[in-house]
Design a protein around this ligand. Structure first.
Ligand code: FMN
Ligand code: SF4
Length: 504
């Protein structure tokens, strides 16, 4: 039984300190925290960076790395006798194929290298240079919380984490709570395959994010801010730590806690992230209640994505209307990630609602003959090139059965086998499902097995139940992962029936 005084919030930190799920660790942590050994073991085995202690090279299995030759890299490393772990997308698609050394430092075997916002040729500035004056925070304090939220509303700022939910609703909801203990959480868990924009913000414009966070805390009346950064982003963690130190005089009235993730895509889902901060397995909670009413330790919590918050200083300084005018059918500028078969993979800041061709033009053009694209990470499925004129915004992509999501655009040319693309994405969802809903846990496995059987045997009958399984998953899963995990398969089958025909 857990002791009344148990320090559950220390469990993940101690697991990291003591070497993950190594023998003896769980009982030692029970002694130190009062959290039962079995419970500690359950937490340790949930997170990939804690699960299997020991030195290894982690090689990314994300779509962009796969098309750039990750399999050959793995074969080569294994032939040299190295221990290799195959891991989910590492958010480094612009220098694919990539891996991490045992200290989680990046290794790139790619030829393209990073195109960064420091490149003078790029039409992007992430809301301006990384101004460390915190003048926008001063302005927010001068005009007050209500007026600050009114600017965010006038900007039409939609959450950049995936759902596109209007930011001002959540800000007002937390501000209006009777409970005085409130939290702001920055979601920097960026794990959607094909997505690496928050990484760039943290590396090149960390003060923009921190200032947006401080403005959010001021406007909602929060005293404590958590910044949850995925553990594989060691350079981002360093960059944000340095920026917090450098901005000490502006952030002194806030209690800022930087939390490093431990390797679990599902912790990007807002309630799973809250569970992780509280020291548990990252399993999404049932909603309602929403975090704005009952979030961290049951208190009102505002959670926003890194990019959402990084937009805020410019909104406060130049007015919401100026930000809104940067977009097309939807307001604002947008950080688009583009990788796969394009000349210069990278992050490009463009008006919200550009088309695929405009984005790819910014990225130097297509490589080969383009066939398909995934507009918003693995979760958005696959679209054929006939959708190249569809605005890459929240409403237009939803209308064609896809989504903008995290704007992780992956371009594929006609050299790829779309059945294999579906398989790689299904492997990702199967690995990353938290397992608490049966339709998601079992459905992910069934879909992956079906495609595997089809690829191995060439008989389309292997896929005859894919539509029914997808329906069960969409209807019966409690979070977004299970609801969209079938899309890479079902959208590919819908738009490219010829890729799923008889192969014998
Ligand atoms: C499976 C899953 C993974 C997610 N991963 C992320 C993520 O890595 N980063 C993020 O900001 N939001 C992610 N989200 C969305 C969050 O749940 C939440 O909507 C977001 O952090 C809210 O911030 P925003 O309103 O600024 O977008 C994910 C959602 C789901 C269902
Ligand atoms: S849908 Fe999947 S990932 Fe989401 S809570 Fe259910 S089992 Fe977990």
């Amino acid at each position: 039984m857990q002791r009344k005084s148990a320090r559950r919030d220390l469990v993940l930190e101690l697991l990291e300190e003591h070497g993950g799920s190594a023998p003896g660790t769980a009982s030692q942590i029970e002694a130190e925290t009062g959290v039962p050994e079995a419970d500690v073991h359950g937490v340790a085995t949930f997170y990939s960076l804690l699960r299997s202690p020991g030195e290894r090279t982690r090689v990314c299995q994300g779509l962009s790395c796969k098309v750039a030759g990750a399999d050959a890299v793995v074969a080569d490393l294994r032939a040299k006798g190295e221990t290799v772990e195959l891991v989910s997308c590492l958010g480094q698609c612009d220098c694919a194929p990539v891996g991490l050394d045992p200290s989680l430092e990046l290794i790139s075997w790619g030829e393209t290298g990073r195109v960064t916002p420091d490149d003078p040729a790029l039409p992007m500035n992430l809301g301006g240079a990384d101004d460390a004056s915190y003048a926008a925070l001063s302005r927010a304090k001068a005009i007050g919380g209500e007026a600050t939220i009114a600017e965010v509303k006038a900007a039409g700022l939609q959450g950049r984490g995936g759902a596109g939910f209007p930011a001002h609703f959540k800000w007002s909801a937390v501000r209006g709570q009777a409970e005085q203990t409130r939290y702001v959480v920055v979601n920097a868990d960026e794990g959607e395959p094909g997505t690496f924009k928050d990484r760039e913000v943290m590396l090149r414009r960390p003060h923009r994010m921190l200032e947006g966070m401080a403005i959010a805390a001021f406007a909602t009346g929060a005293q404590t801010c958590f910044i949850y950064i995925r553990g594989e982003f060691v350079d981002c963690i360093r960059s944000v730590e340095q920026a917090i130190e450098a901005a000490d005089e502006h952030l002194a009235d806030l209690d800022i806690r930087l939390v490093s993730g431990h390797g679990a895509y599902i912790c990007g889902e807002e309630t799973a992230l809250l569970e992780a901060i509280e020291g548990r397995r990252g399993m999404p909670r049932l909603k309602p209640p929403y975090p704005t009413d009952s979030g961290l330790w049951g208190k009102p919590t505002l959670m926003n994505n890194v990019e959402t918050l990084a937009c805020v200083p410019a909104i406060v300084q130049h007015g919401g209307a100026a930000f809104a005018a940067l977009g097309r059918a939807e307001p604002g500028s947008k950080l688009y990630c583009v990788s796969g078969h394009v000349q210069k993979p990278g992050v490009y800041e463009l008006p919200l609602g550009v088309t695929l061709d405009e984005l790819v033009e910014a990225a130097g053009g297509y490589v080969g003959t383009p066939l398909a694209f995934s507009p918003g990470g693995a979760s958005s499925g696959i679209l054929p090139l006939s959708f190249r004129d569809t605005p890459l915004d929240f409403k237009s992509l939803a209308a064609v059965g896809s989504m903008l999501g995290s704007a992780g655009v992956v371009v594929l040319n006609d050299s790829v086998d779309l059945a294999r693309v579906a398989l790689w994405n299904l492997v990702f969802f199967e690995d990353e499902s938290c397992g608490q809903c049966t339709p998601c846990r079992v459905g992910c496995r069934l879909q992956r097995q079906a495609v595997q059987r089809y690829i191995e045997g060439g008989d389309p009958a292997a896929l005859s139940h894919a539509g029914d399984v997808a329906w069960e998953m969409e209807e019966g899963s409690i979070c977004g992962l299970g609801q969209v995990a079938s899309w890479p398969l079902t959208t590919a089958m819908k738009h490219f029936p010829e890729a799923f025909g008889e192969r014998r």
